[in-house]
Design a protein around this ligand. Structure first.
Ligand code: ADP
Ligand code: ADP
Length: 232
């Protein structure tokens, strides 16, 4: 379980301190597909960067199974970051590396031996349905296929949490549906908790069980999707 308590991030500007997120409280249970929805500039990226420990919050706590991860430093921080998979809007693949080597990259960094790496990459490519593309390069793949590669890469180190930042915003609607279905399968079959940041209500309606609406740095509503978003 992830509990976010009174989380704020302030940036100094010429006009004083400015809150990108302000007093955020969230509770994400294991197995949730939790949507965080809001307009551009609302604070979504800052929140996700705090959860991923890329940004240090100014105030508040992020408890994962009771452990405050904002207090972690050094090796403990690196180890925890490895347990959080990240999926980006623009895939962020390494263009000079094959699909196999892209997926293997986080395993290399984690120091996994070559034989185990290759075995794990095979498993991952099978999960995302891209076994036949192992030797291809990213430019040879469609946007949807590239996002599948980035999902495989995010799962490499067996994360318990997958953070998806606008994962379908660069994709057409048909491809969006297939990526959302893949994420739902991963949640269901691998038991990975998913947080999905989006500006599209349709994405939340399709796969999330819970949602929080963020507006001008604050959560203005949260709960079960069926309670928060009306479905005429
Ligand atoms: P979103 O992802 O919802 O578009 P962001 O978290 O990127 O929102 O940004 C929230 C607000 O915080 C925006 O007004 C943005 O300009 C500001 N902001 C984000 N990062 C920084 C930063 N490093 N320095 C100053 N302001 C920032
Ligand atoms: P996104 O499309 O994810 O919302 P943004 O364009 O808001 O991306 O931000 C891209 C990066 O720039 C983020 O790392 C964010 O923290 C940083 N950033 C956003 N706004 C500002 C700002 N006003 N000053 C400095 N950095 C910012």
């Amino acid at each position: 379980m992830i509990e976010i308590k009174n989380l704020s991030k302030f940036f100094s500007t010429e006009n004083g301190d400015f809150a990108a997120i302000n007093g955020i409280n969230l509770r994400i249970e294991d197995g949730d597909i939790y949507g965080i929805i809001g307009m551009s500039g609302a604070g979504k990226s800052t929140l996700i960067r705090c959860i991923n420990l890329l940004e240090k919050p100014s105030e508040g706590q992020i408890l994962i199974d009771g452990l405050d991860i904002t207090a972690l430093e050094g090796r403990a921080l690196l180890t925890l970051r490895r347990k959080i998979g990240m999926v980006f809007q623009r895939f962020n693949l390494l263009m000079q590396r094959t699909i196999r080597d892209n997926v293997a990259f986080p395993l290399e960094i984690a120091g996994v031996a070559k034989k185990q790496r290759l075995e794990r990459v095979d498993e991952l490519l099978e999960i995302v349905g891209l076994t036949s593309k192992a030797g291809s390069y990213p430019v040879q793949l469609s946007g949807g296929q590239q996002q599948r590669v980035s999902i495989a890469r995010a799962l490499a180190n067996h994360p318990s949490l997958l953070l998806c930042d606008e994962p379908t915003s660069a994709l057409d609607s048909l491809t969006t549906n297939s990526i959302l279905k893949l994420l739902k399968d991963i949640n269901h079959k691998l038991g990975v908790t998913i947080i999905i940041i989006t500006h599209e209500i349709a994405v939340v309606e399709k796969i999330c069980n819970k949602v929080a609406i963020i507006d001008e740095s604050r959560i203005i509503e949260q709960g079960l999707v069926k309670d928060v978003i009306s479905n005429p």
